[in-house]
Design a binder for this molecule. Structure first.
Ligand code: HEC
Length: 176
């Protein structure tokens, strides 16, 4: 009888140990799963933040645009000046903006000059591109709005940077 009692006590102890182990096991699993969840939340939050940043960056703000000296490579000028935010510029991978027309001035500058609605003062294609950067309000490309393209690029582009831009843009022809 005494041995039997001892035996059943042992069984009880084993049972308790098993239960405790089970509880500990599920608790650990639960902890791991929930810590994964919270990590996931952090990742999600940072995604939201970066996309918020991206939309904030989309606003081309005069105060944030540095002066381009013209010593920079052309892609850097287009990116740092914000052109890439609003324009598709062939050859510049990140320039995928849709606010303004695709910049294919090799094809389009002559078309603008020939447009009966053209009211600017440019006589040559070079002058047209220069005018549309320094004084965008003079002629608005059909289908686009005035006052979207900033009017202060004269203060942010050195003569050398402007020349580099115009030279680049006039080489781009429409691929059809
Ligand atoms: C906030 C948006 C925005 C930014 C930034 C911007 N542009 Fe524009 N751009 C436009 C819009 C909109 C038009 C069309 C309306 C017009 O003609 O002004 C335009 C028109 C032009 C045109 C005339 C295109 C054509 O087919 O006749 C040129 C050239 C041009 N932009 C160059 C640039 C360059 C170079 C930069 C950077 C130094 C720049 N833009 C920055 C919005 C922008």
């Amino acid at each position: 009888m005494a041995a039997n009692k001892k035996q059943s006590q042992l069984d009880k102890e084993t049972l308790i140990i098993i239960v405790v182990l089970c509880v500990a096991f599920f608790w650990t699993v639960n902890r791991i799963l929930s810590s994964d969840d919270s990590k996931q939340e952090v990742v999600d939050k940072s995604n939201v933040e970066t996309s918020e940043n991206a939309t904030k960056k989309k606003k081309v703000n005069k105060a944030n645009i540095p002066l381009a000296t013209g010593k920079e490579p052309i892609d850097k000028i287009f990116i740092q000046s914000g052109c890439a935010v609003c324009h598709i510029i062939p050859g510049i991978l990140v320039a995928k903006g849709r606010e303004g027309p695709k910049l294919e001035l090799g094809t389009n500058a002559p078309k603008r000059l020939a447009d009966p609605n053209y009211r600017g003062t440019a006589q040559t294609e070079w002058e047209y591109v220069q005018e549309s950067i320094l004084n965008p309000g003079v002629y608005i490309v059909e289908g686009y709005r005035d006052r979207v393209m900033p009017r202060w690029y004269g203060q942010k582009l050195s003569a050398r940077a402007l020349d580099k831009i115009i030279k680049y843009l006039l080489k781009i022809e429409e691929v059809s």
